[in-house]
Design a protein around this ligand. Structure first.
Ligand SMILES: C[S@@+](CC[C@H](N)C(=O)[O-])C[C@H]1O[C@@H](n2cnc3c(N)ncnc32)[C@H](O)[C@@H]1O
Length: 280
């Protein structure tokens, strides 16, 4: 998007939005160190990144999200969940959809700017908490399903997040995790966006598939499937719209997205923490 990515957007309050530029995900796979500098991108911390990106996050089509949705939507529709948790829910892409399908649930995110956008969605307003995934403001064993979509690479304390997830989910709960595939990261794809004429890359920690699965396993989760997803024809129009049709075939050659399905083992863990649900 710049190789990769999620979406490229102008930040609020800056230059007037150039709709054409905003709608173009950048897709220029490349390798090597100091990628951001080589590409003329500013590497920024996660908090600043989503503060800047939030205003336009929902507007631009994104092939990675489209690819993930194509795989996950039918799976999630076929499962009837009582209570769901959307970890790092951002603007509520999954939470909105799942609550509209009849589940109940909440979303947490550490970005006030992303949550402000989520709050504008009627179905999920009031179902949002400003919190870090590593410290969840919920009682033990309340959720039947959790989803963490395109955020794992931003979470330095993955073991802490998994511990919290084990605490707040019920035994047998399903957990779906998606992110940029490590192979795509190795090819130089990054999480970033454009703000007018400036380009930004958000700090991301690369992890191998094994590392992720091992961390979840140690925290009490069995890995049922780990699916490497490649971009396919349904994503072609997004590339075409971005004027990147030439790079589409190459982008399809190796996995772009990783989706893992975990199942919570064992008994519930009650740390005694109360339900300090704080609305965003
Ligand atoms: C690419 S967005 C994904 C948003 C949403 N899950 C989706 O798929 O559209 C990544 C989100 O992770 C959030 N995030 C990153 N680190 C976090 C952490 N430690 N705790 C909670 N949220 C976090 C960011 O604020 C941002 O909203």
């Amino acid at each position: 998007m710049d190789a990769a990515v999620h979406r490229f957007e102008e930040a609020q309050g800056r230059k007037p939005v150039n709709r054409d530029a905003r709608d173009k995900p950048e897709m220029t796979p490349a390798g090597g160190q100091n990628l951001s500098r080589a590409r003329g991108e500013r590497l920024i911390p996660v908090a600043e990144g989503y503060e800047r990106w939030a205003p336009g996050y929902d507007d631009a089509p994104n092939p990675l999200l489209a690819c993930e949705e194509r795989y996950l939507s039918p799976l999630l529709v076929s499962l009837h969940y009582k209570r769901i948790l959307d970890l790092a829910c951002g603007t509520g892409r999954w939470l909105d959809r799942l609550l509209k399908q009849g589940s109940s649930g909440v979303g947490v995110d550490c970005s006030p700017a992303m949550l402000r956008l989520a709050k504008k969605k009627e179905v999920i307003a009031g179902r949002l908490a400003l919190a870090a995934c590593e410290y969840l403001p919920f009682s033990a064993a309340v959720f039947d399903l959790a989803i963490c979509s395109f955020a794992l690479g931003h979470i330095s304390g993955l073991a802490s997040m998994v511990r919290e997830l084990a605490r707040v989910t019920k035994p047998g709960a399903d957990v779906f995790v998606s992110d940029l595939h490590p192979d795509a990261f190795a090819r130089g794809w990054r999480v970033g966006f454009r703000d007018g004429t400036s380009a930004y890359q958000i700090e991301t920690l690369p992890r191998t598939v094994d590392e992720t699965i091992r961390t979840f396993y140690s925290g009490g989760f069995e890995c049922l499937t780990s699916e490497p997803l490649c971009l396919r024809d349904p994503e072609r129009p997004i590339f075409a719209r971005a004027g990147k049709s030439d790079s589409f075939e190459d982008a399809c050659r190796s996995p772009a997205v990783l989706v893992c399905h975990f199942k919570r083992r064992g008994r519930s863990i009650d740390s005694g923490r109360g339900d300090e649900f704080e609305n965003a």
